[in-house]
Design a protein around this ligand. Structure first.
Ligand SMILES: C[S@@+](CC[C@H](N)C(=O)[O-])C[C@H]1O[C@@H](n2cnc3c(N)ncnc32)[C@H](O)[C@@H]1O
Length: 389
């Protein structure tokens, strides 16, 4: 059998575990490696491609047949090494300059268990059907640990957030103690989950401040904290724009903080030099009335298209702003579209990156869209001035 037949068979039989392509040959590709694994989204068996470029991961989900064609093309033209793992085999191979493929195949002693059936249950960091006190108090699960149907999306959302956080945060970077601010925390499902994760799962000292404008939810959250006996988890009613602290902040979180509230949170994170930013924006209205570009006019003439485009412009501007402030930024699909359309996450990790080229990119992008004033920049300048005075 050729390697392509083996991969095709594994895809047809849903026995593929993973494929890794490495050793780039095609200089037009900038990827260091690509990791591919099957995932089930809704009713579709798909392939997730995680492309690593300059230590950043770019995720792309493709239908299995399209994914297969891409793997074939990448193997034939772009990479030198490959690893294919199926439930019963491990294959390691090479592609020569003349495109000759050779490989070694080993059988596993014991078949790997891979359950990718459509009704597969995902293993979450906080599992279903296991009592978890804070989720019970927040009305997400019953006393026996069964997640209520109406709360399942929220349950999935916070687990996904934790999963992403788990990938990005390294123990060396945070040590034994981590300080976090969750801006626009609302009823604080995420805030409690993050506290639970660091404190109970990782055994760290954790200090979290949850901030929201709504007095009733803040009171509810503080009462729940007291009931649960969670030390150092505090909620405060305050506008993000006015919040300040003298304590260091390692991580800033926002989950659907409305409109420019996200920008204010990002500016605070930059000012505090927070190591990590995980931000899922929503209701990006700012650019709708601001973006102008003659060549893009057909997209601006259609209300719905303009709305989506202006959201993307807003988020791109945020990415560029963070980059020019020295962050490594990736955008990822936070949760699949069928659960929420507000599914783009900005993930920033503080690095001492070169700021000259990213500042140029930021300015060029603003110029392209004819943007004279933008909230994130104005707010940043105001914050910096406040600091000086
Ligand atoms: C859509 S809710 C999201 C709540 C929570 N993060 C979640 O995902 O469940 C947005 C929250 O942000 C809060 N918010 C919006 N603007 C804010 C601001 N300027 N300062 C503090 N909180 C704000 C709102 O009160 C609201 O509770």
């Amino acid at each position: 059998m050729t390697i392509f037949e083996i991969i095709e068979k594994a895809l047809n039989e849903h026995t593929l575990v993973s494929i890794t392509l490495s050793g780039i040959r095609d200089k037009n590709h900038h990827y260091n490696r690509i990791d591919i694994r099957p995932i089930v989204i809704g009713d579709f068996y798909m392939l997730q491609f995680v492309k690593n470029i300059d230590n950043k991961d770019i995720h792309e989900n493709l239908k299995a047949d399209i994914g297969y064609d891409l793997i074939r093309d990448l193997l034939e033209n772009s990479f030198r090494n490959f690893n294919v793992v199926t439930t019963d085999k491990h294959i390691h191979g090479l592609v020569s300059k003349k495109k000759k493929i050779t490989f070694k195949m080993m059988e596993w002693d014991k078949q790997i268990n891979l359950n990718l059936s459509h009704n597969r249950k995902k293993e979450y960091i906080i599992p279903d059907n296991k009592p978890c006190l804070f989720l019970y108090h927040l009305g997400v699960m019953d006393a026996k640990g069964k997640v209520y149907k109406s709360k399942y999306d929220k349950f999935r959302q916070i687990n996904k957030f934790l999963e992403i956080m788990d990938h990005v945060v390294t123990s060396e970077a945070i040590g034994d103690c981590i300080r976090i601010v969750d801006f626009g925390c609302g009823k604080a499902y995420l805030t409690f989950a993050v506290y639970y994760y660091f404190k109970e799962v990782l055994g760290k000292n954790v200090f979290i401040m949850g901030l929201d404008l709504k007095e009733d939810v803040v009171d509810f959250c503080n009462t729940t904290t007291a009931t649960l006996g969670y030390d150092n988890l505090t909620f405060r009613r305050e506008d993000i724009r006015n919040y300040s602290t003298k304590d260091p902040v390692d991580m800033v979180l926002t989950l659907h903080a409305c409109d420019t509230a996200t920008d204010a949170a990002l500016v605070k994170a930059i000012k505090w030099q927070a190591k990590y930013i995980l931000s899922v924006p929503c209701c990006q209205h700012e650019m709708f009335d601001k973006i102008r570009n003659k060549a893009m006019q057909p997209m601006l003439d259609q209300g719905l298209i303009k709305e989506r485009l202006s959201s993307l412009v807003t988020d791109t501007l945020r990415v560029l702003f963070l980059q020019k402030e020295g962050y490594d930024v990736s955008t990822l699909e936070f949760i699949s579209m069928e659960h929420t359309p507000k599914n783009l996450m900005l993930r920033g990790v503080k690095k001492n990156n070169d700021r000259i080229s990213s500042t140029r990119q930021y300015n060029d992008f603003k110029k392209f869209w004819n943007l004279k004033t933008v909230f994130i920049e104005e707010f940043y300048d105001r914050e910096m001035k406040n600091d000086e005075s």
